[in-house]
Design a protein around this ligand. Sequence first.
Ligand SMILES: C[S@@+](CC[C@H](N)C(=O)[O-])C[C@H]1O[C@@H](n2cnc3c(N)ncnc32)[C@H](O)[C@@H]1O
Length: 252
Amino acid sequence: MDDLSLLIDLHIHGQRQGPGSDACTKKAIQLAGLNPEQPLRIADLGSGTGASAMVLAEALSAQVIAVDFVQPFLDTLTSRAGERGVADQIETICCSIDELPFEEHSLDVIWSEGAIYNIGFEHGARIWKRYLKPGGTLVTSEITWLTSERPTELNEHWCTEYPEIGLASEKLAVLEQLGYEPVAFFVLPEECWIDHYYKPMQDRFAAYLERNNQSDDARAIIAAEQLEIDLYQKYRSFFSYGMYIARVPARD
Ligand SMILES: C[S@@+](CC[C@H](N)C(=O)[O-])C[C@H]1O[C@@H](n2cnc3c(N)ncnc32)[C@H](O)[C@@H]1O
């Protein structure tokens, strides 16, 4: 198995593929002021196996288009949508989130949890804006420093992994410079990392290694995940994910 297939194999069995929770998705829906009665067209970009897509479909009168470039994640999402009784509200598109097939001004909401970093926060917020209707809303979570100073070990790790990591004030400034009106921001609490992401993943490590014959490549993937978990445990007061909610002005 190549590295991508190994990563998919580790993550496809998780309810989510990054930090987050149903409660935080619901909180963001509320802070965004989305009307449960209003028919909405929402794209969930980098949907993974659909944790947020399910909540959006259940909480809103929404048609949700889940986009991811990993087809097996989308297949799992479709099967889970059937189990949760929301299959008729969710469609999937397998493509890259920086080459979207949408018409300009065709979406009420762009939702993206833990995925915008793959194309960069500034780039993603810039290129996605054109798909939103005037008055449309962007909701996206992004790794964020919680303090203006932090330990060198942590700083070096994340600045190497993701040089665009920054303070919330810097991310909000990016959104403003791109012409969005910031609506709300909150920090994802610890349970989004531990209870809903890291712990369930750690519980899958043994079966995953077994399935992959304890191969060196599979072990390397587990070691990288464990390093990230250890860094989070050690330095969690210095960083988290932030949930950013911003609107395209109605006059656009
Ligand atoms: C950290 S996971 C988050 C998944 C999901 N939103 C969640 O919160 O559980 C990032 C997702 O983005 C997808 N992804 C990464 N880069 C992508 C790209 N360029 N185009 C489409 N999907 C991408 C991955 O396949 C993965 O499902």
